[in-house]
Design a protein. Sequence first.
Length: 677
Amino acid sequence: MKRISALLLSLLAVGTLWAADFGKKVTWDQHSLIIDGHRVCPVMGEIHYSRLPENEWRREVQKMKEGGVTIIATYVFWNHIEEQEGIFRWDGQRSLRKFIEICRDEEMPVVLRLGPFCHGEVRNGGIPDWMFTKGCKLREQNPVFLGYAEKLYRQIFTQVQDLQWKDGGPVIAAQFDNEYRGRGEYLMALKQIALKIGFDLPFYTRTGWPELRTPVPFGEMLPLYGDYADGFWDKEIKEGAGNYYKAFNFKAFRSSTAIGTDLLGKQEAKVNKGDEQYPYFTCELGGGMVTAYHRRPYIYPEDAYSMALVKLGSGSNLLGYYMYHGGSNPEGMLHTLNEVQTSPGTANNDLPVVTYDFQAPLGEFGQTYPQYYMLRPLHLFMQDYGELLAPMEASFPAPQDLKRGEDSVLRWAVRSKDGQGFIFVNNYERFFQLSAKKGIVLEACGVKLPKLTIPSGCMAIFPVNVEGIRFATAQLVARREGKIYMMQVKGVPTTIALANGKTLKNVKPRGLGKPIYENIYLLTPQEAEKLFISEENSQLSWVNCQFNKVKEAGPLRKIIKGKAKVAEAPSEADWNNAAVYRIELPDDSSLFTIHYSLLKIFYRGDCARLYADGKLVADNFYYGRPFLYGLWRLPKECKELELRILPLQPDAPIYLPREADKTAGEELINISVSCEK
């Protein structure tokens, strides 16, 4: 593992396009955002500021920027800031203003997702418990609820004042409510409240799913879409439940019929009338997936990359990831703040009390998962070639409505305009080993590529009539200081046919040191993933920790199904029957330096909790990956670490992925700590 040096950002690092844009004119049309007269294809990454300690915000925003994110999105969870009626908390990790100021300093625009309802796997979707005692219908256009919503928005505005885009600040947009399916008049009422208070932003958004009962007037809110590779919310406990496979097919249909089926029910594959006149943007493209007690998906890095490439090839000009950065739920004063079946609202799943890692590109403690690097070449491409790509229309030479695991055709799409274009190829689908496709002839803008074999799992973008290249079987990544960087596509011989008639065949990567032709550089995927990133040379190693079992697990609990008809997570009382282990950390204070010392726990069982001096600090629903904890978050005076594991029961009504050890019982296998060599 290497540490990313966010303090040594190269002048070539991603995100520089936005550096001087705060306050400049922002418009949009049916294709894209237009900033200061230039089309842009942003990458939006979701991070929840109140789910991270405030002393970690700056570094994590910097890491998002180095990952290629050019817009930050964040929820403002109502019950994080007004858990007790009339008592608003903007202190510590709830300080929205401080977080926005950090984004301003780091030159990162911000989209605020204002609620009142957010979901975000937070208790009641973020609506405080006390709101359920007011005797009014929630999320409707009634004076009582809108009165409380106005109080919330006024409080949020105190944090935003002087930081809006028009003031030279980073706040560029706001979203009203989330996943709303009622009347558009309610969303418009929220917008009118915001405008009256003083919100004055370049544009406003809403989730484009599900279909509204009545529309909002055109142009008032941009609909943003999403897709996921898998979902914790499905009630089925088998592999491949739901129709998430459609996320890996190029298609003109913008939305997903798989998102939030626990709340929204069956959704039709159609967009709201008139939405096609808006640019195609996403706000919830699965960077990973959280685990619920009853369903625990294991997300692969290829899932995230494939979905992003498919969305881009299908016409999207803003890729918004949910989540891009995981987090940890803050401690509540009255109750835990995780989604649970027993809460007054949004009670369809039991989520961990603390962890919201989400298997995102950047995890709960800022650790990088493989998709962090895998996605970077795509993000660099969007920044450097966004102005060219944005007005290109998408066409679909391959069938759009493929069945699950369909392997008879190659999935590909074309985006083109005025004789220039890009061919998007995706020979990947989650859970299926798609076969290599032989003798494939791809064509765009009247240019045919030579016959190709597209390997199993291949995902690529081939340029046509771009950068003096007639066509190439390598992927464009970036264009900086007159240099053109391309990425070799694994398993596909690199041919670059230049507009001057010269053709380079079977070209091999030469790295950053030597061009393959004039100003063209060919990189391996590994080189492209780290392009423009400055990394410190120090490396981390893992030191084993000693532990001893001090208590055997007690009687097995009876797993019941809750009111949502899925298995309930263990109660607090159930944890009294957990197996208990004491952990001895190495006696070395340098191990607890911020961001470097991760505790890695390999265990098998049902679920586990970590306690520091008797206080719960982390938890985990076992799904085949290790249980992690950032040791720098421990109280300095911590004297004792204790791990509790509940045994996995035979035939438990939960979905465990193929990577998980399904042996009944529990076992602590190994504990280690990362430290600097």
